[in-house]
Ligand binder design. Sequence first.
Ligand code: T1G
Length: 691
Amino acid sequence: MDPVRTEISAAGVATLTIANPPVNALGAAVRAGLVSGLTAALANADVRAIVIAAEGKVFVAGADISEFGKPPVPPSLPDVLSAVEGSAKPVVAAINGLALGGGLELALACHARVAAPAARLGLPEIKLGIIPGAGGTQRLPRLVGAAPAFAMMAGGEPVSAEKARAMGLVDDIADGDLVATAATQALRLAEAGTWPRSGAAEGKFSAEDRAAFETAASDAIRKSPRMPNVAALAHAVRVGLEKGLAEGLAAERAAFLELVKDPTSKALRHLFFAEREAARVPGIGKEVKARPVASAAVIGAGTMGGGIAMCFAQAGIPVTLIEVKEEALSAGLARIRSNYETSVKRGSLTSEKMERHLGFITGRVGLEAAAEADIVVEAAFEDMGVKAEIFGALDRIAKPGAILATNTSYLDVNAIAETTKRPQDVVGLHFFSPANVMRLLEIVRGAKTAPDVLVTSLDLARKIGKLPVVVGVCYGFVGNRMLAKRTQAAERLLLAGAMPHEVDDAVTDFGFRMGPFAMSDLAGLDIGWRARKATGAKAPVADALAEQGFFGQKTGRGFYRYPEGARKGERDPDTEALITRLSDERGITRRSFSREEIIARLMYPMVNEGAKILEEGIASRSSDVDVVWVNGYNWPNFTGGPMHWAEGVGLARIVEALDALAAETGDDSLKPAALLRRLAQGGSFADKDAA
Ligand code: T1G
């Protein structure tokens, strides 16, 4: 079916309606449909004006991202848009919803824009490592000014219809019938016999506007050293300001075509589709319906429990926060209120909204208060005995059909489920700290978790603004299991010759906000130390520090020293001397390591563990592993996540290095996974995902 249909009104308005669900992306067929619709309308003597409209909630979500990197299919979007802009009859865009990327560029090429009140307009290409490639860097500045346009493109966030009108981006907001309002506007232009072309709006740029643009541009470039597209965006806008539309369009297109091939954009596009793919569970079809979740209960009002309760409240789901003692409950409720007050002070939340969120949270003492909840999330102390006691009680208290979830970050969800007579209703919902901020949610599927419990958890994740990834049961699931390999490798690097700051500098240089040792000091060395003591695992340096009571920032000493409560650590000669002594005691000859070698020694074992996780089916796709690490552990998104990054490094090279590391350390767990070895001989994680 032609994705663009044309209807001609008695008044002589041809309405071209784009119908390409789910988001009316401007794929090849839509582009061809627009050109043939426009050509026919121009040739039709009864047609005096043209409206471009779209079906559904979205106007147009942009070019079809899935076409990038493939051989181009004419007509190109720039060609379509110059045909629209150059039209001999006025063309008005009827913007019914989101107009993003190429969708806004299409509207910009029209001679006027009418928006529905709920419409939002933006150029988010910056988030995909590219720049607008169909005139946005030229037509938007000419319509709203260079500095406001640059701010919109460098930020990538859409603006509301109201804001767009105030900026001069849209001409009108339709209270009634949108297409009718656009048609009236189009006929008015036809009547006038002349109509504005945003591309032609030369001379809009005052000296102040240019200066403001230049300031914003240098600021944005300084703040995003890893994103080559930010400088390319500034350059394209500048060429247009200085040399006019034609040269500006040429500079834009050249930069766009270069950036689409850039590994950064490939990585960000990989993540775009990976995030959406993660919400699909192989073997569970659309016929499985979610259970209703109109109320929730959270067991434990600690940092995690409080954050989880805030997620439900912010989604408008009434939540009962439950504690065993009144003091713990009051402390938990007070922490939630102070978190919201901080946001209000920062201006990221209004006090009305704060009160509304708080209105959805009720504090109670005693598990009985969970009796009516559709879902109960346990966020109590990470101890199997405590979990078993709580789930045993919930088994008696919770209503039939309630979902019983645990927020454990590494304990055996199957064992927890078996403490109840309804293991099919038990699932892991592993939130990341701070739970009301971090987007990632590891949904841990137990051996007996019912399909509709999974579907309900996925649905709920979207409702509370989380990015769900379904994982299987193993120690540490996907994220923490791979993190343990990095932590082990980091310890080995210290004993082999590196110092904490060298390892952390290599990791921040790679793109993480914080290195492993600064992160341990922030989280507290005592947490890992107690967990290791429980499992018998060893981390010589961290254990030696913890045994002396040095737990990091909270004790002023750890891998670094924190004078007077400083948040950023300083090199600590005592810790460095301790590390050297521990090497000597093990007869290790210390040596120096380059940043590349440090990254290889830290990240290759993680990739290897990721491959084992795929072999065991703990994760369904390598792209799921990437989504977990980018959204839960701050892996730099411009590399696409550990598995995508590994493809870029070369799996054969990683296999060779892992074989050497396993021989050097005598640690068989570093021997390459069979899957990794196989793919190193030919194939890729992406192929495996697609299989
Ligand atoms: N191209 C191809 N597929 C797209 C798409 C796009 N632009 N946008 C969405 N999809 C698919 C998506 O993969 C999913 O597929 C389904 O649509 C629903 O999306 C020349 C070069 C619009 C806010 O960056 O931000 O224009 O998983 O699950 O939560 O200058 O999609 O169902 O198979 O996200 O309601 C610029 C990208 C492109 C916007 C809707 N545009 N899209 O969110 O649904 S570059 C963007 C979004 C460009 C020009 C340049 C969101 C959304 P599936 P969804 P949603």
